[in-house]
Design a protein around this ligand. Structure first.
Ligand code: UDP
Ligand code: MG
Length: 337
């Protein structure tokens, strides 16, 4: 349901050693939003830029502090060390107090031109406007290959993930509150966000090449992110062990039958000592793998429990009389006046 109320927006940008291009990014984002403030179709009321310095070792923090001193709409958060992109992002998101927030990268690969489309989607009732890159031409073959393998293997593991969506997205207040109700330490936002539900819209954008400096995602960080994605959402790897155990048990049962038939029906073909050597290996192997699989099931359950994820998120509710309170500001916090 649409609302005509005007809303506030916070933009969160995590920055790690981005001194080379940050000044340019700040200028571009600020001028983009400035033009949106006077856009008749956009009902933006106030705006804040939250820059999170993820333990940079260059002049990033000095730049953020200077920008913040110049313009009170810019605020900086400095983490005590490098915690990684996902943690820096959540640090910024936890400090959002607007009706909607947008997260984006500092290197201008996320085209600021898509902000308008995201805000229009939000005005039309979207809680999540996910930026989806239309092209990967700007990436190296290596980056393209690893990205493809990453998305494909996550889907194989059953992790609901939107292809070509990195961390460029708009979230309404209620979607953000839903996200922040997840208290897990190992964050994989790209998997978590599609699992929230709510009204989702995909916003295509053209990915530019990095404005300054090189990628801050080293191979180690990329592998860490992929492993985190694979293990944060899926018990499938653990379950596969159980299935393997079952398979080996089944093979050993068939072999036992085979050996017994040979032993008693065709004793002349039986090789002495073969059955007593091979069968225990199969049988014990099967039992062991199956036992590990059973342990895995329990460990998986414990893992999911300790995350303390919310059991449900509410999108709307009606008053006892049946009236739809959707536009009631108390219950529809994403558009406050
Ligand atoms: N980043 C961060 N901490 C890190 C690594 C990256 O805050 O440990 C930030 C970085 O400054 C950028 C964003 O995360 O704003 C995405 O990083 P990058 O553009 O290097 O990743 P790529 O586009 O190469 O995947
Ligand atoms: Mg980038």
């Amino acid at each position: 349901m649409k609302s005509n109320k005007r809303y506030s927006l916070d933009i969160v940008i995590p920055c790690f050693n981005e001194a080379g291009g940050l000044a340019n990014t700040i200028t571009l984002v600020m001028s983009c939003v400035q033009s949106l403030l006077s856009d008749p179709e956009i009902r933006l009321k106030t705006f804040r830029l939250i820059l999170v310095d993820d333990g940079s070792r260059d002049q990033t923090w000095a730049l953020i502090a200077a920008a913040s001193a110049r313009d009170q709409r810019i605020c900086g958060i400095r983490l005590s060390r490098n915690f990684g992109h996902q943690s820096a992002l959540i640090a910024g998101l936890e400090n959002v107090d607007a009706d909607a927030c947008i997260s984006m990268d500092a290197d201008l690969q996320h085209d600021v031109g898509a902000i308008r489309a995201m805000l229009l989607a939000f005005q039309d009732g979207a809680d999540l406007a996910l930026g989806v890159r239309e092209n990967r031409q700007t990436d190296t073959l290596f980056k393209r290959g690893t990205a493809y393998a990453f998305y494909a293997s996550l889907r194989l593991l059953g992790v609901g993930i939107v292809a070509n969506h990195a961390d460029y997205r708009l979230m309404s207040r209620r979607a953000l509150d839903g996200l922040l109700a997840h208290k897990e330490v190992n964050l994989f936002l790209r998997g978590l966000i599609p699992s929230l539900g709510f009204n989702v819209i995909l916003v295509p954008y053209t990915c530019k090449s990095r404005a300054a400096g090189g990628t801050k995602y080293t191979l180690r960080k990329m592998i860490g992110l992929a492993l985190n994605g694979a293990t944060s959402f899926s018990m499938r790897p653990l379950r596969l062990i159980g299935l393997l155990g079952l398979l080996v048990c089944a093979i050993s049962a068939v072999s036992i039958l085979y050996v017994l038939v040979i032993r008693f029906a065709y004793p002349e073909r039986a090789i002495a000592g073969w059955a007593s050597t091979v069968l225990p290996i199969f049988a014990l192997g099967g039992v062991q793998i199956l036992s590990i699989g059973v342990l895995g099931e329990y460990i998986g359950k414990i893992y999911m429990e300790v995350k303390r994820r919310p059991r449900y998120l509410i999108q709307d509710s009606t008053e006892r009389g049946g009236a739809d309170k959707k536009d009631d500001q108390r219950n529809h916090p994403d558009i406050r006046s």
